[in-house]
Design a protein around this ligand. Sequence first.
Ligand code: RP5
Length: 176
Amino acid sequence: MGHMNDCVTIDGARVGVLMGSASDWPTMQKTSDTLGDLGIVHECNVVSAHRAPKRLEAYCGSAADRGLQVLICAAGGAAHLAGVAAALTHLPVLGCPMKAWSTEGLDSLLSMAQMPRGIPVGTLAVGSAGAVNAALLAASIIALSDKDIRDRLLAFRATQSDATFPLPGAPGHPTS
Ligand code: RP5
């Protein structure tokens, strides 16, 4: 573990999770948990694009050289964090639109998804679904060149597929 420009850095981290605010953390903890379940070393920091642009520039500018392979950026409202991060690194940037204070996250979704041509952001769904899927998509990207992570991702998907869903009381289902 270390520090860089007030950001926590983790030795061997493959994914950097950035948030516009600590208020995004309850949602983005699901990203962190999912990455952790897949054994993907990652680091999480609040680095707002508009409140701390120089810190964001320093973080993104060194991300590839430090060994990060994917950035996951969460923000709400006029959510430019992912787009600015993508402008500052060639690494794949995945965007997680947060439900902020209005419009149920539609503002964040459009801010991330509607990137003008030239600098892409891979935008996920609003809220928890997108937070989990960002981790799974990061795993898919890293799995292209890492057999252990590929095996863990395939195991996760197999477990998910094998899950059964009893409906007690529904016709033909066991009662308990
Ligand atoms: C964005 O504004 C953050 O990403 C958060 O989703 C939203 C609200 O931030 P706070 O006012 O809670 O700091 O910058």
